[in-house]
Design a protein around this ligand. Sequence first.
Ligand code: PHE
Ligand code: ZN
Length: 851
Amino acid sequence: MTQQTTVYLADYRPYSHPLDRVELTFRLAPQATRVVARLHFRPDPARSPGADLRLDGEGLRLIRLALDGTPLDCQPDDTGLTLPAALLPADPFVLETEVEIAPVGNTALEGLYMSNGMYCTQCEAEGFRKITYYPDRPDVMARFHVRIESDLPVLLSNGNPAGQGPGWAEWDDPWPKPAYLFALVAGELVALPDHFLTTSGREVALNIWVRAGDESRCAYAMDALKRSMRWDEQVYGREYDLDVFNIVAVDDFNMGAMENKGLNIFNSKLVLASPQTATDTDYERIEAVIAHEYFHNWTGNRITCRDWFQLCLKEGLTVFRDQQFSGDMRSHAVKRIEDVQALRARQFREDQGPLAHPVRPDSFVEINNFYTATVYEKGAEVIGMLKRLVGDAEYARALDLYFARHDGEAATIEDWLKVFEDATGRDLGQFKRWYTEAGTPRLTVQEEWKDGIYSLTLEQHLPPTPGQPVKAPKVIPVAVGLLNPNGDEVQPTTVLELTETRQSFRFEGLASRPVASILRGFSAPVVLDRAVSAAERAFLLAHDTDPFNRWEAGRALAKEVLADLAAGAPTVGPDWLEAMVRLVQDDSLDPAFRALALRLPGEDDMAATLAAAGKQPDPAALHTARRRMAAALAGALAPALPGLMEATQITGAFSPDAVQAGKRALHNACLGLLSLRDGGAAAEAAFAAATNMTDSLAALAALLEIGRGQPQLDAFEARWRGDRLVMDKWFMVQVLHAAPDQTARTVERLTARADFDWKNPNRFRSVIGALSANHAGFHYQDGASYRLLADWLLRLDPKNPQTAARMSTAFETWRRYDSGRQGLIRAELARILATSGLSRDLAEMATRMAG
Ligand code: PHE
Ligand code: ZN
């Protein structure tokens, strides 16, 4: 197996040789690109006297090496190049290297690679070392000047344009940056141009670069970019700092997008949108990711990470900022519910399994494996808690101090917390545990009502996680409100600070025993373990003033129904059904909210909930139970569905805004329910009449769910055959909605097609990712899906280790299930681990999951 060297946070040392300036020349050629690098070093005798100079480099053919013009004779090793201290001058010097690389064979999509004839780069986290010899670490920040030589018409890099002519272009980036923010793009591209005037009057040229023909699908992304730029000025006081801002869409990309300075590179599915090709969810994600990458300009680029252990410093904060932005653009209530749903689905799952790690890990084998829901989403939750604890005004002051103090630096979580301590006078020693300890705390609640005093006793339980068996209590902000039995709020939201293992809080002056609404707005990323009667949940669903907890009450009710059905209950009880009938027809509620409340808990979510409560989930029983639950809901709502669908029918032009999207979501939720009763007639009509992708895909899904839809699938394929992004949806919807005993077979059929281009990460995810997202199909008892996933991971790994490792997390939940399934998954993990030549990425993941 590949060697697994572990890197430790505790081993951090500053880099030995300060680097000021970098000049790069690229002579582009698919098989043999030449990269000439001139690195201007400025020795600092105080820093590391007598140290050798170590440069990272992987897969490079060294052509030439010279120091201040004198050729040097040093042999590189597999991971870099060392210049002995004895060779290095005491005064500033220039190290020049020339290397050759082959972008065309680069299927890992890291470093310089080609996608559809276009050159592009991906350097985060450690891809720059595949381009040239360099100190490839985020705390080395230098100014870059780049020259690109190529006959391609569009040649882009970071910073401002610094001249161009036939066959060349130069770029100059005045802001010191780490190498992971370097980017280069060259190709036959066309731009959607626009411009932005910053508050202080700087005119910025904006461009979104795409392949010819796609310009018409860039308008929404451009609009989202301008709104993001304005928002960051207004809310965080942050202005853009270059003359140009370029975004490029590429089809082959491992992740969502990348915040390279002045030259963001995006997975094309997060840029391109038209009503006919993109769903409302796509639009919402495009808006969020455009904002996210733009916001990195301050939180990530101007202030970067000292080392990769500090990844959450930029990612947690930037996710938090993009969530705030989306809430401001759309609905805070709906956004919060969606974010919590995603957190539970991905981060809680991670936190409760073998891959659990702290928001700031203290060791890793492959850093690419730590771009996780914990670092991103829990990292954002931790910032939300900090804001809740210190208050909005203090949060704003702390952020101003953060920008003032650390602009231009590579910072740490300690720096971040110190800023908050200095700005607010608070001691954050205990709070820091949120960064250093893994695991989802569980909160239990005891209530007491005596002599007109209501007391709440909260207790925190901290489950063991890999390498962290015992933990000290955390600071947990618990937002609480109290309602009178008549539904009036008698205690508006107040934040209780739980700092000890067990603590009581008293509320006095109440006329009657209140109903408590606890953890409002999901004020901390914890599991609330609390037995509440169905009647009380229904009461909260009807009366809570906190929209999140209103939704949560309905969700908890639904989960109880689902668990009971899966455990053999003969029918669905009336509480939940009656509550849903009332809620759905309550026109004072946002349709988007109602659509969310109608959505049944997912099977994986339910399996996690059962496992956390010490019960063993049965995937087949859960699947059947969920179908029965949907049928019961469809029955209870039957009289209301036609009227609701009528009321949510959109007339007039399509808009991707939150209001229309909410109506469509409710409309299509109703369509899904109706099709459980009408044999698919309404969905067939809806598919035929659909004028946008949201409606087409919803109708198609409704049909597949009831075992129909083949003619519609064929029609969809005939229409969209030539469109990669839309065809990804066609692949995915079939796998997601395949019956459990047909899932593996569906995947086998789809992967045998000529257009299953598995080296394209989007296409791979649309089928293999969907395989593991179909819970009952993935966990079908014969183990065929497990085998299929392992086969595909092993096939992809040599080509693209990063994506293979990411997709392997489908196996992380194996301990939840019965011994038969456990045995089957363990056998697949063992088979993966026994494979020779495994990448470091996949080897690390399989080892941790099997462990
Ligand atoms: N830094 C990117 C983001 O979150 C994610 C990314 C990581 C992209 C690594 C590519 C490679 O904005
Ligand atoms: Zn990010």
